[in-house]
Design a protein around this ligand. Structure first.
Ligand code: KG4
Ligand code: ZN
Length: 319
């Protein structure tokens, strides 16, 4: 529950990490079923914690895409019924706009146009944001997303799911210069990313190691791999800021919960005179508050959705 699009009144996240952990990634059918079972209880819990009743709601915001079609359909169907029952507007939110809007839940947020890096399990996108609702896509990953690269590496290393936090944990004890993993496209003119070669480099490296050798080398491998991902994200975000002339940068999405990325992006931004903003880690990973914040932007734009809204698994953001 969010008041005025800025102030979280309650914050409830039903994580499915444990459900998908045995498979090393999200299983769409399981995700969909769990949404059906849990959604109403999550909404009721959020209302109770906010001290509100259904009739206090002034709008219902829901993710309309991009994402897994089944999971999106569960949310959209529920939100339609809720908004119709309560008699308040339905707001169809782009998941990526939600990640960007997460920053207004913080006291510190940009005052002018900014570069937004969205690094998650499904996306690695750089946007120039003129103002809420005006997004220009500068570059995106050509293959794997940054979070996907971390998830796949964690799986190869036997570290479990989700991979980002597991790698970050291992990396704390490791030397980030232990192995020279590639930094794909980091010197290139394009704002696009590529992470699949990094995972391939890891697989080749692992093939040379015995089980015992891997165990001993694990922290160094994790730290070096994480450093390669972080380096690419920092270099390309700084390059986008320089090319656009924008002075403010927002870094968001699940991977932005990473402490090393936050510290190094902050340092790189400061060195160039940019202001760098991050949502707190809980607002970086998928959550409802960011969707409510983006919904409020949409309400201001007068963009309530019709009741025949259908999800779009490939919903694009901006031009
Ligand atoms: O935004 P998100 O919660 O869901 C998507 O929209 O995909 O991002 C999930 C991704 C996963 O790949 C996960 O491994 C990564 O974010 N992630 C992290 C951290 N926490 C989550 N990556 C690096 N460090 C973390 N602390
Ligand atoms: Zn997300």
């Amino acid at each position: 529950m969010v008041r005025d699009g800025r102030e979280p009144l309650s914050f409830v996240v039903a994580s499915q990490d444990e459900l998908h952990a045995p498979y090393g990634g999200v299983v769409p059918e399981l995700a969909c079923r769990r949404h059906v079972h849990i959604l109403d209880a999550v909404v009721q819990e959020a209302l109770v914690r906010a001290g509100l009743g259904l009739t206090d709601l002034t709008a219902v915001a829901v993710t309309a895409g991009p994402g897994l079609f089944g999971a999106l359909t569960v949310g959209v169907s529920y939100a339609k019924a809720l908004s119709y029952g309560v008699g308040c507007p339905l707001l169809a939110v782009n998941h990526l706009e939600g990640h960007i809007a997460a920053i207004v839940l913080e006291k510190e947020h940009p005052t002018g146009p900014y570069i937004a890096l969205i690094a998650s399990g499904g996306h690695t996108d750089l946007y120039a944001v003129q103002e809420p609702g005006r997004y220009h896509l500068l570059g995106r990953t050509l293959d794997d997303a940054a979070g996907e690269a971390l998830d796949k590496a964690a799986k190869a290393l036997g570290l479990g799911y989700p991979g980002g936090p597991a790698i970050e944990d291992q990396a704390r004890q490791g030397d980030p210069t232990a192995i020279a993993f590639p930094r794909p496209l980091s010197g290139a003119k394009t704002h696009d990313f590529s992470f699949s070669g990094l995972k391939t480099a890891l697989v080749y490296h692992l093939a040379k190691l015995s089980h015992e050798a891997l165990h001993a080398a694990l922290p160094g491998i994790a730290a070096s791999y994480q450093q390669a991902v972080v380096d690419v994200l920092v270099v390309k975000t700084m390059a986008a800021a320089a090319a656009s002339g924008m002075q403010e940068v927002v870094v968001t999405g699940g991977v932005a919960a990473n402490g090393t990325l936050r510290a190094q992006m902050q340092r790189a931004g400061e060195a160039r005179g940019y202001r760098v903003f991050f949502p707190r880690p809980a607002y970086c990973t998928d959550n409802g508050a960011m969707i409510a914040a983006a919904g409020a932007w949409q309400l201001q734009r007068g963009g309530a959705a019709p009741l025949d809204l259908t999800p779009d698994a490939d919903l694009p953001l901006g031009g």
